[in-house]
Design a protein around this ligand. Structure first.
Ligand code: NAP
Ligand code: GDD
Length: 337
């Protein structure tokens, strides 16, 4: 019998890659999907299986991280071997506009899930999607011993979730781990995160569909990796004998300006001719620099991300150009990279 996993946030960037990976490994994957008035399963449509399909390996369930009772019922019914908590209001800028909602879903949502595991009395391992955003104002390089200094409601909510996960491990002996992942991107990245905003705009400017791109702080430094490689790390974290917390990062810094230049150059464009500043995209308090020291994950888990920011910029622009070309020619666009 293969293993069973529950993924919250299965419709997101990471959830979609993780579902693919686990299905390849023979897992039956249960995905938690929140109710939406429009379809929100675009990233997993290519692996979706009808309820009528015998022996299906991907099963979707409607629930929400704000609904603790639904989580208990789901866990009691499914009794998964592994739970991956990827669901979150994950946008840092938006968390300043919706701080209470972010605290509820990104912070308390984790506690609800941990309590649901305890209340249902099941023996399961849980992965918590912690974030480099928790380091906030603490200067790089950041590793597992670096103090947290969050700079956004999102960062504060993730710190709460991080410590709740550690607490359930210490208090109840739960196999609960934190993956402290630095920024990771892909052609499936949400369109309002900076990398995808840039690569999507590059494709549209190239096609003559827009001319300008309004941006915020171009000096911010990030450590960008490739999402499909990072979901493999999530799985590895849960396969260890002992639960522990790990940083996952490339260790290679780049500014938003560097990424912008690389992406536009790959699209045959000069970014200085198109990019304008709009303070709307600045944050009330910014995280200036995130650069990870992932030596623990490299030594103990064998995680060594291969794709660096420049290659990432190129592959994302290429994917956005291909998707736009397909859309303009009337073909159905598939995001299967
Ligand atoms: P994402 O694309 O924004 O996906 C977030 C997922 O959470 C989506 O499936 C979303 O559903 C779901 N969700 C939102 N609110 C929910 C709620 N109330 N109940 C249940 N599900 C809800 O994020 P991602 O980039 O894949 O990141 C995955 C996780 O890793 C997140 O927790 C994020 O905070 C964390 N993280 C990400 C990075 C990164 O660089 N990508 C780095 C560190 C940590 P809809 O599809 O319906 O919106
Ligand atoms: N989104 C956005 N839009 N960011 C901009 C813009 C813009 O127009 N202009 C400049 N930036 C800067 C932001 O101020 C930030 O310093 C940087 O680009 C990256 O912004 P995002 O791509 O929105 O990512 P983030 O670093 O704030 O958060 C992401 O990474 C975290 C891990 O460090 C998200 O994926 C979080 O969920 C994740 O935890």
């Amino acid at each position: 019998m293969g293993k069973t996993a529950l993924i919250t946030g299965v419709t997101g960037q990471d959830g979609s890659y993780l579902a693919e990976l686990l299905m390849e490994k023979g897992y039956t994957v249960h995905g938690l999907v929140r109710r939406s008035s429009t379809f929100n399963t675009e990233r997993i449509d290519h692996i979706y299986q009808d309820p009528q399909e015998p022996g299906r390996k991907l099963v979707l369930h409607h629930a929400d991280l704000s609904d603790g009772v639904a989580l208990v019922n789901l866990l009691r019914e499914l009794r998964p071997d592994e739970v991956y908590n990827l669901g979150a209001q994950s946008h840092v800028r938006v968390s300043f506009d919706a701080p209470m909602y972010t605290a509820d879903v990104t912070g308390l949502g984790t506690l609800r899930l941990l309590e649901a595991i305890r209340a249902s009395g099941i023996d399961t391992r849980i992965y918590q999607a912690s974030s480099s955003e928790m380091f906030g104002a603490t200067p790089p390089p950041q590793n597992e011993k670096t103090p947290f200094h969050p700079r956004s409601p999102y960062g504060c909510a993730k710190v709460y979730s991080y410590w709740s996960t550690v607490n359930y491990r210490e208090a109840y002996g739960m196999f609960a781990v934190n993956g402290i992942l630095f920024n990771h991107e892909s052609p499936r990245r949400g369109e309002t995160f900076v990398t995808r905003k840039i690569t999507r705009a590059g494709a549209r400017i190239r096609a003559g569909l827009q001319d300008r791109l309004y941006m915020g702080n171009l000096d911010a430094v990030r450590d960008w990796g490739y999402a499909p490689e990072y979901v493999e790390s999530m799985w590895r974290l849960l396969q260890r004998d002992v639960p522990d917390d790990y940083v996952v990062a490339t260790g290679v810094p780049a500014t938003v300006r560097d990424f912008l230049q690389a992406a536009f150059t790959a699209g045959g464009l000069d970014w200085t001719e198109h990019v304008l500043f709009d303070p709307k995209y600045e944050r009330p308090s910014e995280v200036d620099a995130l650069v990870g020291d992932a030596s623990k994950a490299r030594d103990l888990l064998g995680c060594e991300p291969a794709v660096r920011w420049r290659e990432l910029a190129e592959l994302m622009v290429e994917a956005d150009i291909a998707a736009l070309d397909a859309e303009l020619s009337g073909a159905r666009v598939r995001i299967d990279r």
